[in-house]
Design a protein around this ligand. Structure first.
Ligand code: ZN
Ligand code: ZN
Ligand code: ZN
Length: 366
């Protein structure tokens, strides 16, 4: 299926969902819903970009005229309406919405400055979040999306593999961070979203920002890295240690590998998100370190690095074929070190499909 056909099929599903919910018009600006339905990403600018998708009627992409050359035309998917510097895009959108629209679904990340003016310009409208419409569509990845996620995963796997041959000791976290970032781009990503390098005590802070701390002998180093490749995100965590690990480090890591493995195996179609979380957690609890695993087991991934479904206690939603998510248990010792292991997995009828396939053993580096 070509891109235009794929977008048309997604739009048809969006309209069906709008019909189900009684939504009259969908308004999308910045965020991932817009590229999902148009393959165009809005610039986060004071000049409004907005897709107007009526339930019955043609879709129009309203864009600042100076951005229009960046839009790839998708015949039959949307019309392009460029607006010049002296026009009012709010009035253009309100005109396209029309006076009969009541139930308006607007992109969750749309800037308040635009939402407030649109609410004034569409006084009869009842506004709700566009994710009511797009969420159930986006959470189930189609074959092309899964292949894009797989390609992104392979690229960061190659980076992880290369870094096993690189020295860490004597370098700052920032220096290693920059090397990860450079290699992620070299391997085909357009954007680096993060490259966490948490050495020694810094690894105990799950979202530590790389610092000027110099990595020393014996340091355990958490490396959590990913970016965006052809619109889809990668996200993986691998563990490194400078020199021979202590017995404690080996034991804790073996427990973590087991927890992650059990979590991946539990990620079968029909299993609830919270049960996958509980499965990984039970392994760490049985090892006596339950209170050191301080976050959820995973998050969905796709056009966004973090999206539905979330593998967390309280989420009873069952996994469906096409759900893509991370399995990333962690064990953290404040003031000492931390460990996390992360792969992206897709739930399929044939069982969990792990997209990250690089070595998961502790990488001993110089
Ligand atoms: Zn390379
Ligand atoms: Zn990560
Ligand atoms: Zn993650």
């Amino acid at each position: 299926m070509g891109v235009t056909d794929q977008l048309a099929a997604r739009q048809a599903r969006a309209r069906a969902r709008m019909d189900e919910l009684g939504v009259d018009v969908l308004l999308l600006s910045v965020g991932a819903d817009l590229p999902y339905l148009t393959s165009y990403e809005a610039m986060p600018l004071e000049r409004l970009t907005m897709l107007v998708l009526p339930r019955d009627g043609d879709a129009t992409l309203v864009v600042p005229e100076l951005e229009a050359p960046r839009v790839a035309p998708q015949p039959g998917v949307f019309e392009l309406r460029g607006w010049s510097e002296t026009e009012d895009p709010i009035a253009i959108v309100a005109g396209l919405v029309g006076s009969s629209a009541r139930d308006v679904a607007i992109g969750d990340l749309t800037w308040a400055r635009f939402v407030l003016r649109l609410q004034d310009a569409i006084p009869a409208g009842r506004f709700r979040a566009a994710s009511d419409v797009t969420g159930p569509l986006r959470v189930v990845k189609d074959a092309a999306e899964i292949e894009a996620l797989r390609a992104a995963a392979r690229a960061v796997d190659a980076v992880g593999l290369e870094m096993r041959e690189r020295p860490f000791g004597g370098r700052t976290e920032l220096d290693v961070h920059r090397e990860f970032a450079d290699r992620i781009l070299e391997h085909g990503h357009q954007r680096v979203n993060f490259a966490i390098v948490g050495s020694g005590p810094n690894g105990a802070s799950p979202h530590h920002e790389a610092s000027d701390r110099v990595i020393g002998d014996g340091d355990v180093v958490v490396c959590d890295f990913g970016g965006t490749m052809d619109s889809y995100c990668s996200d993986t965590t691998r563990m490194f240690v400078v020199g021979e690990p202590t017995a404690e480090v080996r034991d804790v890591y073996a427990l973590l590998v087991d927890a992650q493995e059990q979590g991946v195996r539990a990620a079968t179609v029909g299993t609830s998100c919270e049960e996958v979380d509980a499965t990984a957690r039970r392994v760490i609890e049985a090892g006596g370190l339950g209170d050191r695993f301080i976050h959820r087991t995973g998050h969905g991934i796709g056009l966004e690095a973090h999206e539905d479904p979330y593998l967390v206690s309280g989420n009873a939603e069952p996994l469906e074929p096409g759900h893509a998510f991370s399995i990333e248990p962690g064990i953290y010792f404040p003031g000492r070190f931390g460990m996390r292991l992360e792969d992206i997995v897709v739930a399929t009828a044939a069982g969990p499909d792990r997209l990250n396939t690089g070595p998961r053993d502790l990488a001993i580096v110089g």
